[in-house]
Design a protein around this ligand. Structure first.
Ligand code: ADP
Ligand code: MG
Length: 513
């Protein structure tokens, strides 16, 4: 389902208006939201990222691994990164080990920049990550030693410099990944609107109606890619140079906390406010951190007032983000809000074709179709599967065939076979009882509509890992208590009515197979 959230008046240029209109007239629903609910989420523990004493370094490494795992997805993580061990730190360099040359080269080529960026986000004193061949046993002693002799912690770079206008790009921001360019972004229906908005902002930052640009969508659908692409485009411009600061909300938070500790919040703020374009990725991680949220809000206002561009990404729309203050939520939704939708089969095929053609390994169309059918979760997982196939082909000098694919990706395919989405459940259930799919989320309460809807909620609870509130949202923004009631009602009815129970069981089996 397409949903656009409009919170303030928006000024749309023509080409965007076309896309926008199409969404409004298609299945899309435009949600106009007025009042917002205040919700809170618990505060997470935060460690001091700039204190590089031994346990801290190990803790930082653990967090980086966690972050890598969630960023690249389980498949890629297990294939390439799991065997990586921290070998030690020396000055501004950390060394990680991998057991083989092949793995080392692959990780260097594919994850080197990311490792650098993650280390820098965790620990401002680390400037370089060295990736070498080694095993955990070999490095046990040096690890202990080097951890004990860690360099004294350095404050964030911004503070070290005497000048009043630090180079925000190098000191505050994370480097941009050249692979995440607009050229490498495959455009299709689910992402064309977000893509058009990103392009537009990269060409004309700070134009009316596009500030801030708020990109949202599920994991692995291209938010970070688009932000990097915008950054790359903006910094490559022939016209007056533009300073772009890109960082994750987590990094923003770490920097801010470090600045408070070292009593240098003024420098931190000045550094941020000196940029022309500020991009904050994964804003949901700022949630619940009152201080940092407050600081972000002020920075945000100062930048927008000074005519600078803000780009923000999150996993939900501004109105669905819980735990942020209403005034920040309102400001976030005041520019352009664009969502990245789950991929379609066509988009998955195009992405696979583009990625496969760049590797130089021939991948038959049949294999690409197979992957596009089987791996529907997100682009990251799709990429992970393709990379693994190609690495396998390179490693063993075998050509890619359907049989080889099934063998190499055996574990991934098994995991994906079991995944059912709420949308599929709604579709199957609606078909079964001959009702319109739209009534799954409509307000109609007639028994003929309400009962199947309850069954769909029941199956969603049984077959997916979604929470009650998440399920409720997929059924026309219903409350979680409604879902709970549906689950109980259906279970009770199944006990009383065997015919009904058979229907539900049949649906369950169809969905699981
Ligand atoms: P998100 O930030 O939304 O979680 P990313 O931007 O990190 O997702 O994308 C995950 C991976 O998928 C990246 O490697 C990215 O390059 C790739 N990707 C996502 N969407 C596309 C697309 N439309 N075309 C090409 N690659 C894509
Ligand atoms: Mg991302």
């Amino acid at each position: 389902m397409v949903s656009l959230v409009l919170q303030c008046e928006q000024v749309l240029p023509l080409e965007l208006k076309r896309l926008y209109d199409r969404r409004m007239t298609g299945q899309g629903a435009v949600t106009l939201r007025g009042g917002m609910q205040e919700q809170t989420s618990p505060l997470n523990d935060q460690h001091d990222p700039f204190d590089a004493s031994a346990p801290q370094l190990a803790a930082q490494w653990a967090r980086i691994r966690g972050r890598l795992q969630s960023d690249v997805g389980e498949i890629e993580y297990r294939t390439w990164l799991k065997q990586m061990t921290l070998a030690g730190a020396d000055g501004d360099e950390v060394t990680v080990h991998l057991p083989t040359r092949f793995l080392r080269d692959w990780v260097r080529g594919h994850y080197g920049d990311k490792l650098n960026a993650l280390w820098q986000a965790e620990n401002g004193s680390i400037r370089h990550v060295e990736i070498r061949v080694g095993t955990a046993a070999e490095i046990a002693a040096p690890l202990g030693q080097s951890l004990a002799q860690d360099p004294p912690s350095k404050p964030a770079r911004v503070e070290e410099r005497g000048d009043s206008r630090p180079d925000a790009r190098t000191d505050i921001a994370v480097p941009l990944d050249a692979r995440f360019s607009f050229d490498n972004f495959v455009v299709g229906k689910p992402n064309e609107f977000a893509y058009a908005c990103a392009r537009r902002v990269a060409e004309h930052p700070s134009s009316q109606g596009f500030n801030p640009l708020f990109l949202y969508g599920g994991v692995g659908l291209g938010k970070t890619h688009l932000m990097h692409a915008m950054g790359l485009e903006l910094t490559r411009r022939d016209t007056a140079p533009i300073s772009v600061a890109y960082m994750s909300a987590e990094k923003f938070m770490y920097r801010f906390i470090a600045a408070i500790r070292s009593q240098s919040t003024m420098e931190f703020k000045e550094g941020l406010r000196s940029v022309d374009v500020l991009m904050i990725d994964d804003l949901q991680f700022l949630i619940g951190k009152d201080n940092t949220q407050e600081e972000f809000f002020h920075t945000f206002n100062a930048l927008v007032d000074a005519g600078k561009q803000i780009v923000v990404s999150a996993d939900k729309s501004p109105s669905d983000l819980s735990g942020i203050e209403d005034r920040l939520r309102t400001r976030l939704g005041c520019g352009m809000v664009a969502d990245l939708h789950a991929t379609t089969y066509e988009l998955r095929i195009s992405i696979l074709e583009a990625k496969a053609s760049r590797t130089g390994v021939g991948v038959p169309a049949k294999v690409l179709e197979f992957l596009a059918h089987k791996i529907t979760s997100n682009v990251r997982e799709l990429e992970g599967a393709l990379n693994r196939l190609i690495a396998h082909a390179n490693l063993f000098g075998r050509s890619v065939t359907l049989e080889a694919t099934q063998e190499v990706l055996h574990d991934i395919l098994k995991a994906h076979d079991r995944r059912v989405t709420i949308e599929e459940i709604q579709k199957r259930v609606a078909e079964h009882w001959n009702m319109r799919l739209t009534d799954m989320s409509s307000a109609r309460r007639a028994r003929a509509v309400a009962r199947p809807r309850q069954v769909a909620m029941y199956l969603a609870k049984q077959l997916t890992s979604r929470s009650l509130p998440e399920i409720g949202r997929k059924f026309g923004n219903r409350d979680h208590t409604t879902v709970m009631h549906a689950v109980k009602t259906v279970a009770a009815l199944m006990e009383r009515d065997t015919g009904f129970a058979e229907d539900v069981e049949l649906l369950r089996r169809m969905l699981e197979s």
